[in-house]
Design a protein around this ligand. Structure first.
Ligand code: NAP
Ligand code: GDD
Length: 337
């Protein structure tokens, strides 16, 4: 029976990875940050009997004393390092926090693996944000990086730290370069969750207007439940390597909003330009407006990944298509509004 540690277990991917590893018979340990409500985040969606099989360690990845003690006291076969300040928008306002958690926290974990559990395999949650102002399309494992946010820069530091430790100390360290993946358990501030929730509320009678930023940003959006399977497969290889996980398709925020309103039988049409652009429903009601506070100082305009290496080596392929993903997210909100 294998033992895994998941940092960031209380986030979106933490939920799906916990579920997957428990199904596979792993003993699962997870790090959860202490908060005043003793909230365990998305772990609350894991059913009670399964959750009882998860050993929670309350702590913060920036605390090296805590991390070292954890690794000294417990042996892990696999370490999935998902914990991060993961919101790109916030990273512009809080670059120091973002670097402390995403670089400093990552350094604490990699050093603990190196010092105490060098036989363990380690996964790092790298990201398509590292491609930023893209140098080629679609993006592969060989595409040069050009991050556009403190978040992207912090993840690039983690990515290179993993590569360097792999080369310097012969450790089984892998980077998953994952493109956007969403789900019903997506964090509240990400655009897909924000849109799905607002559209569900509007369809049930709310008179609110959905306020968004850049409608023309394009992302390669897949389903998170499938991406954790890719993470696990990377860790089952005989040699450590880096892999892109993506759908190979891209859609704009505008298309996401249109698709979400179609799910509730409220097709929209756009009118106006730039900050004055609005979306109307068939009865002439304005349901979407632009709020410049949601624009980023430097934007990642278009991301589209080439997952062929993961398909070839890992036998992994994204299955859920864009419209189905939007439907899953909107229907989840309709059931909970
Ligand atoms: P998420 O929902 O924001 O989860 C992040 C997790 O990290 C949460 O459990 C959070 O705890 C934890 N965390 C944050 N700061 C911490 C700290 N100082 N100490 C301990 N834990 C801390 O993110 P996600 O969507 O699951 O993504 C998982 C990882 O993949 C992240 O590293 C993200 O940057 C990366 N990634 C995500 C995507 C995507 O599209 N989802 C794509 C590429 C890469 P709280 O619950 O207390 O906040
Ligand atoms: N959040 C948000 N809110 N984004 C908006 C909004 C809005 O109201 N309006 C437009 N957008 C645009 C953003 O400017 C961005 O171009 C796009 O929608 C997606 O934004 P997010 O959903 O916040 O995700 P992200 O692409 O910046 O970052 C996510 O994906 C990365 C992988 O590429 C996060 O999960 C990162 O942690 C992950 O690394």
């Amino acid at each position: 029976m294998k033992t895994a540690l998941i940092t960031g277990i209380s986030g979106q991917d933490g939920y799906f990875l916990t579920t997957l590893l428990l199904q596979k018979g792993y003993v699962v340990h997870g790090i959860v940050r202490r908060n005043s409500q003793a909230s365990i985040g998305t772990l609350r969606y894991v059913d009670d009997t399964d959750r009882a099989r998860v050993q929670i360690h309350w702590g913060d990845v920036t605390d090296h004393v805590f991390i070292e003690r954890l690794f000294r006291e417990h042996d892990f076969d696999e370490v999935y390092h998902l914990a991060a300040q993961s919101f790109v928008g916030l990273s512009f306002d809080n670059p120091k926090l973002t670097y402390d958690v995403n670089i400093g926290g990552t350094l604490n974990v990699v050093n603990a693996v190196k010092e105490f559990r060098p036989k363990a395999k380690m996964y790092f949650a790298a990201t398509s944000e590292m491609f930023g102002k893209v140098h080629e399309t679609p993006q592969t494992e060989e595409t040069p990086f050009h991050p556009r946010s403190p978040y992207g820069i912090s993840k690039l530091a983690g990515f290179w730290t993993m590569k360097n430790y792999r080369e310097a100390y012969n450790l089984f360290f892998v980077n998953g370069i994952l493109f956007n993946h969403e789900s019903e358990h997506r964090g509240e501030e990400f655009v897909t969750k924000k849109v799905s929730k607002a559209v569900a509320r509007i369809s049930k009678g709310s008179d609110e207007v959905l306020m968004v930023g850049n409608l023309d940003a394009k992302r390669d959006w897949g389903y998170a439940g499938e991406y954790v399977e890719g993470m696990w497969r990377m860790m089952q290889q005989t040699e450590p390597d880096d892999y892109v996980l993506a759908t190979g398709t891209t859609h704009s925020v505008r298309e996401f909003i249109e698709s979400a309103f179609r799910c509730v039988n409220m097709p929209i049409t756009w009118s106006g330009n730039n900050l004055e652009e609005v979306a109307f429903t068939a009865d002439g009601r304005v349901v979407v407006r632009i709020d410049p506070t949601f624009f980023r100082p430097s934007e990642v305009d278009v991301l589209i990944g080439d997952p062929s290496k993961a398909e070839r080596v890992l036998g992994w392929k994204a299955r859920m298509r864009f419209d189905e993903l939007v439907r899953v997210m909107v229907e989840h909100e309709l059931a909970t509004v």
